[in-house]
Design a protein around this ligand. Structure first.
Ligand code: DP6
Length: 421
């Protein structure tokens, strides 16, 4: 293996997007392999605004596998990490760097240790599917480091064993996780339905809702639902299979009305099965409900839907607008109902693709104060303003799948020591 010098460090850096489900995964038929009780469909979010970057390194000088998340060392002893590491190592191949005189044979990988450093470009605590991007990036970068010759579909089945939703982050655009039938999970993989260019008018606005409440994790929440809810079986067997077919067609045809109808209904049904769990699980809060009302009212008044909403295991809203024009009109409504606190400036209140703010004619904070009530609420109930209920908005769009980062300066590990920079 390492001839003259034992000091070399070989590294790979990759970037992987996060995703948001429009037909939800909720419930497992195998807890260890992470096999779902229904298919699900997601949209991949632009990694420019939400992604995980991971550097993995190997060196004969390392004496154990180690990992750092956002600069802090974390334990790799959990079953999910161990399953991913084992599955990737089992598929490793020869690797040679002639220039540096490094040669690793297939069998060497069993005895070599890795260092992993991972960083999210969005707050982990915001509850924005950080585990999906995280496990997808871990598996993708290790596969590249170890010269694993499998396609992204096969890699998705490994990422799935880290976190179910992670398998869908191996592709850009719209992605389906096929639940599969096999007991060993070999056919429970992600497939790309369309790439990110297929429906590129869509604009996505995420409302990060302020919340003090500690939420039930997806893992334990879905286990409790499967054990106690009578509705979940009906959902998985009768409702979702039909919705999957309709959703695939809506995506192929860029049929926004059907897409919105299915996305909102599926989010609402997911939260209904949470409420049907004993004890009930509440992921959405009053702010989430207010956002739903605002969107429903506007869609209704327009006649044709302008925006779809979906909520995961937390109060944050993911709003998918049909195009830039409706995204700008949506942002006006959101800022009217949910203005920032007096100490927050607009620049940190709306992040990501800020050009939507310009489209909405709101370049400055004084423009927020001057926003008129949206026409659909005029002359009805007194206008309600909810300052401070939203932490910030992220403007983004559908995005691409994982990529390798060749620029060494972006690596998170030091190329000489293999320790975090
Ligand atoms: C509500 O993938 O986080 O976001 O497989 O136990 O790690 P584990 O759960 P996770 O669950 C995601 C649930 C969801 C819906 C979805 O992403 O499809």
């Amino acid at each position: 293996m390492a001839e003259e010098s034992q000091k070399w460090v070989l590294m790979v850096t990759a970037q992987t997007p996060t995703n948001i489900a429009v037909i939800k995964y909720w419930g497992k038929r195998d807890e260890n392999l992470i096999l779902a009780i229904n298919d699900s469909i997601s949209v991949t979010l632009d990694p420019a605004h939400l992604c995980t970057t991971t550097t993995v390194a190997v060196s004969p000088a390392f004496n154990q596998d180690r990992m750092w998340l956002n600069g802090k060392e974390i334990s790799l002893s959990g079953g999910r990490y161990q399953n991913c590491l084992r599955e990737i190592r089992a598929r490793a191949n020869d690797v040679e760097d002639e220039k540096r005189g490094i040669k690793i044979t297939k069998n060497d990988w069993e005895n070599l240790h890795v260092h992993i450093a991972s960083y999210n470009n969005f707050p982990t605590a915001a509850g924005l599917a950080s585990s999906a991007a995280g496990f997808a990036c871990l598996v993708y970068s290790l596969a590249k480091l170890m010269n694993v010759q499998e396609d992204n579909g096969k890699l998705s089945a490994i990422a799935r064993q880290g976190s179910g939703s992670a398998c869908r982050s191996l592709y850009g655009g719209f992605v389906k996780w096929v639940m599969g039938k096999e007991e060993n999970g070999s056919d429970s993989v992600a497939i790309q339905l369309v790439d990110e260019k297929h429906w590129d008018e869509l604009v996505i606005i995420i409302a990060v809702v302020s919340s003090r409440q500690k939420e039930t994790s997806s893992t334990s929440g879905m286990l409790e639902t499967v054990e106690t809810s009578a509705l979940i079986e009906h959902r998985a067997k009768e409702v979702v299979p039909k919705r999957i077919i309709q959703m695939e067609e809506a995506i192929q045809k860029r049929d926004f009305a059907t897409f919105t109808h299915l996305t909102c209904a599926d989010s609402n049904q997911f939260h209904a099965v949470c409420l049907d769990t004993s004890p009930p699980i509440f992921y959405m809060n009053d702010t989430s409900h207010r956002i739903i009302s605002c969107v429903e009212k506007w869609n209704r008044s327009e006649g044709t839907p302008q925006v779809a909403y979906t909520f995961d295991a937390g109060p944050n809203a993911v709003l998918i607008a049909r195009n830039r024009t409706s995204a700008a009109l949506l942002l006006q409504r959101l800022l009217f109902h949910f203005p920032p606190n007096s100490e927050t400036d607009l620049n940190s209140y709306v992040i990501g693709d800020k050009s939507i703010l310009k489209d909405a004619g709101i370049p400055e904070i004084k423009d927020v104060e001057a926003l008129p009530p949206p026409p659909e609420i005029k002359d009805k109930v007194p206008v309600q303003k909810c300052k401070g209920e939203i932490s910030y908005f992220i403007c983004t769009r559908p995005g691409r799948g994982p990529v390798l980062i060749s620029d060494e300066s972006q690596a998170l590990l030091n190329p000489d020591t293999g320790l975090p920079k």
